[in-house]
Design a protein around this ligand. Sequence first.
Ligand SMILES: [Zn+2]
Length: 314
Amino acid sequence: MGKHKAKELEVVLKARDFIRESEINSVPVNLKLYSAVAGAEIEVCHDLDDEESGQTFFLNGRNIITVNGKHTEERQRFTILHEIGHIILELPSKHQDGSIKTTDLMSYRQRPEEEVLCDIFAAECLLPYDFFKKDIEDVDICLDTIKELSKRYRASIHSTGSRFAANCEGLCSFVLIEEGQIRYVSSSKSLRELKGWIDIGVPVPQNSVAFHLIKNRSETEQYNEEIPTEIWFNNGVGNYDMLCEEAIFIKEWNQCLSILWFDESLKPAGEIQPYDVGYGEPLLLEELDGILRWPSKSRRKNRLTSRIQSQHTE
Ligand SMILES: [Zn+2]
């Protein structure tokens, strides 16, 4: 395990302890429960610059967290939890001078490690694993699922999409593209195991769905299509010739969010395998009790139905 990964895991485990200690038992999470345990008071400020997300001050034995009232509720919730991260993880803030933005998604390249770790803490607290894992069982991989989840958790589409891909059982990646460059990628364990890597800091691949949406600064805000795997993955992914890509262009921020996934129906004829291929964790669990379970018919049917529906809307 790399140095970054080990630290990330430590932060995730600390966040889970903190969630338990705060007695979070429903979503969207009640931030008051968290701030009480952290000994923090939250102040919404309406006179901060647009760029400024929030800060923490220590005053008379209390942590005072300020948050920018001009930002969306989702962003404010993330900022507050990022600041609580600084308190709980005892990591010094590197954005007191205002030069470093707190943000839902950034990579190591642009931000100090302390800040990335506080973002990881915030995402864990905002989308607690125990709830989120259950909510993504048996759902279709698509942007609408991510949008629904983001409403349920009052989290941004960015952080919800990132966590969705990271925890998804299927082969799936969530990509953030800004000004035509790939800024952030989150991929499922099974896709990483098949070496389905996407580079950060390079232009969005030509002929991807995201590429076309950006090129046309598309009025059609959301679009999905089956495209050749090699457009995104030079070295291929398993035996999959085709992948599904669904992307949304957000004009306001010059950003494009894209979700890529593979499913069984995309395999070449004659190569369709039982459901276990590429699904590491569940198979392991099933092996423990010695009973191999095949996918239920309803699950397959759901996937097919959604594919048919998406074809109709195009
Ligand atoms: Zn910070």
